[in-house]
Ligand binder design. Structure first.
Ligand SMILES: [Zn+2]
Length: 492
């Protein structure tokens, strides 16, 4: 995405200025009230050592065989118990299957909705052939240059270690909450999230609805493309996904006497029609407007002027975002043809050509509405059908961006990020375990207080994944503050 100062041309600025000036004053940004951080008193050395050890367990999830890394998960669980004795003795611990752990700290007031903190234990494998790109072995847990290196450092054993450390420290201090608190550690987020499904089923079976669930996603981005400086981004929404199979059928036979439309030519037409029928791209229906309002004071110039008025001048922001791949992903449902097959022999007409199209659903859309959109795009093309390829996942609802739960999540983030750093909600374009909680929670948030650069994010599922040691105590303090505030809140 282009930087904040570049992404508005002078011509557009001038055109917009008249309309903008006609409006009344800029709406105030929704800066959350900072909540002072409650220190977990855990040092970089202590937490860095824990993360280093955590990385050495090769807890790689496998879609086909959930037991493939069973020994690693067993050993990781034993290590967790050894390292967090208070959690394993004071909290009720349940194995929800395949090593997904569910911890319960019963609150004094059973009438309050529980708060849930989740993290996944599993990691993705290192792509074969890329081992040599790593500066330190991916499962070595090496600490060097102020960073902990290895698969899972950011996604998400760093988060997990900080979260567990925070709860351990609270329990050591005799913490007894009003509200029931849960920690859920899934075993297979990277390959579907059956672990998270079983956590949601646990709540559902007891007729419970969580006040909020906090998981991975947002962080403090030091070099935000929008402001050029640090921004704390809290994920309040994420995209859903739908894969469809498009099939084009036509007469087969010898290629010496082809029909006017072969199945491949028909498919080409179908693809062109789908590509020419993009979904709406706008700031509506997601956290886009709130995000730009929060960032506006830090964007400066005309970009900031427009961002402060997303209702009136949203079209300008949208226009600029549409020019970038990442911007379009923020604004709407995306369409990506990913797999195609048809024909095997040079002189034989294939009777069938098939295409998979992967869609990432904006919160405005559902699997149902997206399917209808694609079918409308190819309507009238005889021989072409569009069917879901597998079960889809609707985008979960957008979490509150004001009110008590947001005040805690964002207020503690504001303290962690510091007074000069804006805290803004955003739409996560990747998926998390949270989608499985859509029906059993009021608010789904994605955040960890860690300062990272955009380049660090390439390590997620990529090479040289790492996290700065200094982030670990910060994240632990953040989690401790949120757990405590949520646990002590007796009204929401
Ligand atoms: Zn993850």
């Amino acid at each position: 995405m282009a930087s904040g100062c570049e992404w508005m041309t002078k011509a557009v600025m001038t055109a917009a200025l008249g309309a903008a000036l006609a409006a009344c004053g800029a709406p105030a940004g929704q800066a959350p009230e900072p909540i002072a951080l409650d220190s977990a008193s855990l040092s970089e050395t202590e937490l860095g050592g824990r993360l280093s050890q955590a990385i050495t367990f090769e807890t790689i999830s496998d879609r086909e065989d959930p037991r493939a890394s069973w020994d690693a998960f067993e050993a990781f669980r034993a290590w967790l118990a050894e390292t967090h004795p208070m959690i394993f003795s004071r909290m009720q611990v349940e194995d929800l299957g395949h090593g997904t752990l569910w911890f319960t700290l019963e609150g004094r007031n059973r009438g309050l909705r529980p708060a849930v903190f989740i993290a996944h234990q599993d990691v993705v494998p290192v792509e074969p052939g890329t081992e040599g790109n790593w500066m330190h072995p991916p499962f070595g847990g090496v600490i060097a240059n102020g960073q902990v290196w290895g698969r899972g450092a950011l996604d998400m054993k760093g988060h997990l270690v900080a979260l567990m450390g925070a709860m351990e420290s609270l329990l050591t201090d005799g913490f007894e909450p009003e509200r029931t608190l849960h920690i859920g550690l899934g075993h297979d987020e990277e390959v579907g999230g059956r672990g998270a499904q079983s956590m949601a089923a646990w709540l559902e079976a007891r007729g419970q609805r969580a006040w909020f669930v906090l998981d991975e996603g947002g962080m403090i981005i030091e070099d935000s493309p929008f402001t050029g400086g640090p921004v704390a981004l809290i994920g309040v929404a994420e995209k859903g996904f739908l894969t469809v199979e498009v099939t084009a059928r036509a007469r087969g036979g010898h290629s010496s006497t082809p029909p006017q439309q072969t199945s491949i030519a028909l498919m080409a037409e179908a693809i062109a029609r789908i590509q020419n029928a993009p979904f709406d791209m706008s700031l509506e229906g997601g956290p886009g407007r709130e995000m730009f309002r929060a960032l506006a004071p830090h964007m400066g110039g005309m970009a900031g002027f427009a961002a402060a008025r997303p209702g009136l001048m949203g079209f300008l922001i949208e226009g600029e975002l549409k020019k970038e791949d990442a911007g379009r992903a923020m604004l709407g449902t995306t369409i990506a043809p990913t797999v195609i097959s048809g024909g095997t022999v040079m002189n034989v007409l294939p009777q069938e050509t098939r295409l998979l199209v992967n869609l990432r659903l904006h919160p405005r859309d559902t699997g149902e509405s997206a399917l209808a959109h694609l079918r409308a795009a190819v309507a009238g093309l005889e021989g072409v059908s569009v069917e879901p390829y597998e079960a889809w996942s609707d985008p979960p609802g957008v979490a509150a961006m004001d009110g008590p739960a947001w005040d805690i999540i964002a207020g503690a983030a504001a303290s962690a990020a510091g007074p000069e750093t804006p805290v803004a909600p955003y739409l996560m374009v990747a998926t998390t375990d949270l989608r499985h909680f859509a029906d059993v929670a009021d608010n789904l948030y994605r955040f960890m207080a860690a300062r990272v650069h955009m380049a660090d994010l390439d390590g997620i599922h990529g090479d040289n994944e790492r996290i700065a040691l200094s982030n670990l105590p910060l994240a632990a303090d953040y989690f401790r503050t949120v757990i405590r505030a949520a646990g002590e809140d007796a009204e929401s």
